[in-house]
Design a protein around this ligand. Sequence first.
Ligand code: DGT
Ligand code: CA
Ligand code: CA
Ligand code: ZN
Length: 574
Amino acid sequence: MDNVTYGQLLKDAAALIEITGGDPWRARTYARIGRDLAKRAEPIDPVVASGNARSLPGVGASVEKHLVELQESGTFALLEELRAEAPAHILDLTRISGLGPKKIRALWQELGVGSIPELEAVLADGRIAELKGFGGKSQDNIRAELERLARTAGRRPLPAALRVAGPVLDFLRSLPEVDRAEIAGSVRRGKDLVGDLDFVVASDAPLAVTQAIVGHSLVREVIASGPTKTSFMLPGDLQADVRIVEPEKFGALLHHFTGSADHNVAMRARAKAQGLTISEYGVASVETGEVVACETETDIFAAVGLPFIEPELREGAGELQAAEAGRLPQLVQRRDLRGDLHMHTVASDGRNTIREMAEAAREFGHDYICITDHSKSQTVANGLDEERLRRHMADIDAVNDDIDGIIVLKGIEVDILRDGSLDLPGDLLDELDFVVGSIHASFRLDRGAMTERLCKAIASGHIHCVGHPTARKLGTRDPIDFDFDAVVAACLKHRVALELNAGAGRLDLHDIHAKRAAAAGVKLLINTDSHSAGGFHQIFFGLCMARRAWLTSDQILNTRPWDEVRQALGPVPG
Ligand code: DGT
Ligand code: CA
Ligand code: CA
Ligand code: ZN
């Protein structure tokens, strides 16, 4: 069994313990262990199999027993007991942010609500108002959440999809019968939310490949299986389609299933005008039926008179015209990025020290980083007040003096308060190398007030960058509402950058806004907002957003050395 499943089932048990009125302390312990196991890089299976489950972080005698049962049977007795005690679909309610286990328990015990449709019913007939803690505001929130869930039904964040897709792709590539395997579809195009996974495989032995896939431990349920096409379910209710072709036709298959559908439609129209057809089997002549291209994607594009178009651009949004005119952008790449200017340490809510973050960043290949812990109003995140920030600044300087091969800058992620003022005094902020200003509360101001709030912070002269500008949480919280163009104008005027926050839970700005900001001339920064030394790889997700926004390296500030970044930002001198 894979780590994600171990973790998910422990988290399910944790939620059910609280919903059924069990010990909250025990629930929290299970939830924490579940989260840690799901994130763990090394497989848990062999550890459990060798009887060493207790060497896993936090695991004691009772959890060890569950893990052993899980490995043997795919479930454990306690989980089954808990499931039997509560309504079958009650865990669906945990997807509504703002509804914790306590509230879910009240809904179930007092009103008999055990599923999302039942929740919709008590909301519609007003019975929900009988419950304590479910006033008008809370009901509005639940309504908004239900709308959000309906809108994003079945779609999930790219990082979560990749966590599941990665091991499947590795497995396919490890098969001796497999020549090449790639993930296609919306994942290859780097979309922030994806519907399903599409794998394309080159092999001369499709049956052997199919047999191997359906036997894989990650495969939950096979939906359809033919000689060259298989569909199955992966953990987290994620569907995957696998298609297999002979190696000579791999390019055609990869192109077709990378899409997007709109891009394919545009390609077909172009081919038709040239007397050609285009399908998953290649580009062919209408007249003779002869296939003129199929081996590589470059061949496919060349057959219709175009240069290679990067997958992130294939949305049918003018990429064919740009390619035809020789105006395709030279998209920013991983190796262009030199630094990361947003991260947390143990001083606030991060897991590692300044030194550990610096060493990991250097190992990752960065030339500079900025330590930006939270400011004081983030009490849950142990935010820094003036006095603690002063000490932290000295600590950062000490690490910077001591370490070779990387510049360690001192900064902060200062809260932009409800009225647009900043959470720490301006003269103190001005002593820092770099300041990120972010919104972490009061997300529901109306559009006018929210725009004013952001513009006031941008005009303060004390911040260099707006962090995660729309404050969305990918798949769980909608973006805040403000006049984006007004904020872009303020950023230009005051030389403030906008962040492309690459943190797996955010991806904020997303592509459409990033494109608009860059077109207006605002500088962007791709930062990971890492909360641990293992977080820097998330820059990949930020790159996906940037590339989907057609961005080149000169539109992204942290492709430059630190002194140039600094000079490009902040109040105009004089
Ligand atoms: P998703 O899964 O909803 O996030 O988005 P995609 O783009 O991965 O869509 P999916 O999985 O339905 O299909 C993968 C690609 O296969 C799609 O981008 C283009 C191609 N494709 C699938 N069905 C059709 C179709 O009916 N017409 C065209 N032109 N292309 C299709
Ligand atoms: Ca797909
Ligand atoms: Ca699909
Ligand atoms: Zn933040």
